[in-house]
Write a new protein. Structure first.
Length: 253
């Protein structure tokens, strides 16, 4: 399975979710590759990868390097293809016909070596995110219980529909995951109801597990560790473990 973790709204826990999935699935014995497709390179930094003076996803998509040359092994037990700010130029530079297929073509030689490939996307719906959707089999949408974050889901759905039509008919939205959730806040409950209506509209389920807000997430990233290594007994680590269990149950069903 190739999973793109996407939402064009920033600050919804995309990178945290991508890293927790990669680490959590590796912890369960699956062979996992993470791909950082965000020019900010937060996924690369958070898992302790080198992302300067080494081949990155930018060189791979420009066809200056193979994906095998760019893969690094992390202490979290999964592999990663890193990114850095050079990737920001890709929007302008990838202008030839078939530019939406660059990532898919690059990943093809090693796709069979992994049980799961998890792609962290930038907070936009530009050529990089379209590349992720063209390469992916499934899309996971993390969202906070904020009105603008949930409103963005319908825009994202339009992009997915367009990719299904022109680039990748098989890709589908696997589900919506609530992050930084405060179950006690009234507004959170209202937004959850709104998102439930939205999930019917885009015909994608909402995961029963939601990820509670916790300071441990930022601390783990600052320490270049995943949430399970850094704070394995925290509520947020518990939540991500429950989510991965729910996710796997559904996948294996």
């Amino acid at each position: 399975m190739i999973m793109a973790v996407a939402n064009q709204k920033g600050g919804v826990g995309k990178t945290t979710t991508a890293q927790a999935m990669a680490a959590g699935l590796a912890e369960r014995g699956y062979k996992v590759l993470g791909i950082d497709l965000d020019p900010q390179g937060n996924f690369s930094t958070a898992c302790g990868a080198e992302n300067y003076h080494v081949p990155t996803i930018y060189e791979v998509m420009k066809r200056g390097a193979t994906i095998q040359e760019a893969v690094q092994h992390t202490k979290g037990g999964y592999d990663i293809v890193p990114a850095n700010i050079m990737l920001a130029g890709a929007e302008q530079e990838l202008s030839q016909t078939g530019k939406e297929h660059r990532l898919k073509e690059a990943v093809a030689p090693i796709a069979g070596d992994y049980d799961f490939i998890v792609i962290d996307t930038p907070p936009s719906l530009g050529v990089l995110t379209v590349n992720a959707f063209t390469c992916a089999t499934d899309i996971l949408i993390p969202t906070t219980a904020g009105i603008f974050a949930t409103a963005g889901i319908s825009q994202l759905n339009e992009t997915v529909t367009s990719v299904q039509k022109y680039c990748n008919p098989g890709v589908k939205i696997r589900g919506i995951l609530f992050t930084r959730f405060n179950p006690r806040a009234n507004i959170s409950r209202q937004i959850k109801e709104l998102a439930e209506q939205l999930s019917k509209y885009i015909s994608a389920p909402i995961y029963k597990t939601y990820i509670r807000a916790a300071v441990a997430v930022e601390e783990a990233q600052a320490n270049r560790a995943d949430i399970f290594d850094y704070a394995g007994k925290s509520t947020v680590a518990e939540d991500y473990r429950s989510f991965i269990e729910e996710f796997l149950k559904e996948v294996n069903a």
